[in-house]
Design a protein around this ligand. Structure first.
Ligand code: G3P
Length: 214
């Protein structure tokens, strides 16, 4: 299972969380990664934790102001990027352009979507993975696998209908190892989570709990 921890703009210490991600990753078969804010990418990558960007823009080098270039996050040490997170929604054409920009820079991609129909559209754009996250469950501590398991199964089904190999993650409300196991049982190959780790008093303990049953 892939466990991708999005730090959003939570007031946690990104380096401390990254060190916890690195250490727990070394003690489990699961793959752990962390997505800090863009300005923290370099410091986080220096810890040795697998580092992801939270977003890149559909741009190339040139006349762009206030945007995030895929090559720059790769230079900072990121190996992948989230796209179209529900807190950073993009138009379809911009998701397509951002997937291409990320691929140009050698970044792995996870395109987020609200529901199975959007997952089908996102998967057709050819990212490495898609992540289904019902926005109403984000930050609630109630996992999507429990509140609405059909959403995960239908998302897996929708992604399988495209003529590409696109893995499916699920997210929203995930905070325990049981939630991760339930996500896997529904066909998900990983989880995307934030508050369960970024707001934890002890991120290492939170991560250990997440991967313990795997
Ligand atoms: O990016 C992950 C996210 O939106 C889920 O947040 O706090 O419910 O784990 P959370």
């Amino acid at each position: 299972m892939f466990v991708l921890v999005n730090l959003k703009t939570y007031p946690c210490d990104p380096v401390a969380v990254a060190e916890a991600v690195r250490d727990v990753d070394e003690s489990t078969d699961a793959r752990l990664a962390v997505a800090p804010q863009a300005t923290h990418l370099e410091r986080v990558a220096e810890t040795g934790a697998e580092t992801w960007a939270q977003h890149v823009d559909s741009i190339d080098h040139g006349s762009n102001t206030g945007q995030t270039l895929a090559e720059s996050v790769a230079d900072a040490g990121a190996v992948g990027t989230l796209l179209n997170h529900s807190e950073r929604r993009l138009k379809l054409a911009d998701i397509d352009g951002a997937v291409q920009a990320a691929e140009r820079a050698g970044l792995e991609t996870v395109v987020c979507a609200n529901n199975p129909a959007q997952i089908g559209a996102a998967a057709a754009l050819g990212p490495d993975a898609v992540a289904v996250e019902p926005p109403e469950l984000i930050g609630t501590g109630t996992p999507v696998s429990q509140a609405d398991p059909d959403v995960v199964e239908d998302a897996v089904d929708a992604a399988q209908h495209v003529d590409r190999d696109v893995s499916v993650l699920c997210g929203a409300g995930i905070s325990t190892g049981d939630d991760v196991v339930a996500a896997g049982d529904l066909g998900s190959e990983g989880v995307l989570l934030a508050s369960g780790v970024a707001k934890a008093d002890d991120p290492t303990a939170a991560l250990e709990d997440l991967v313990e049953p795997l």
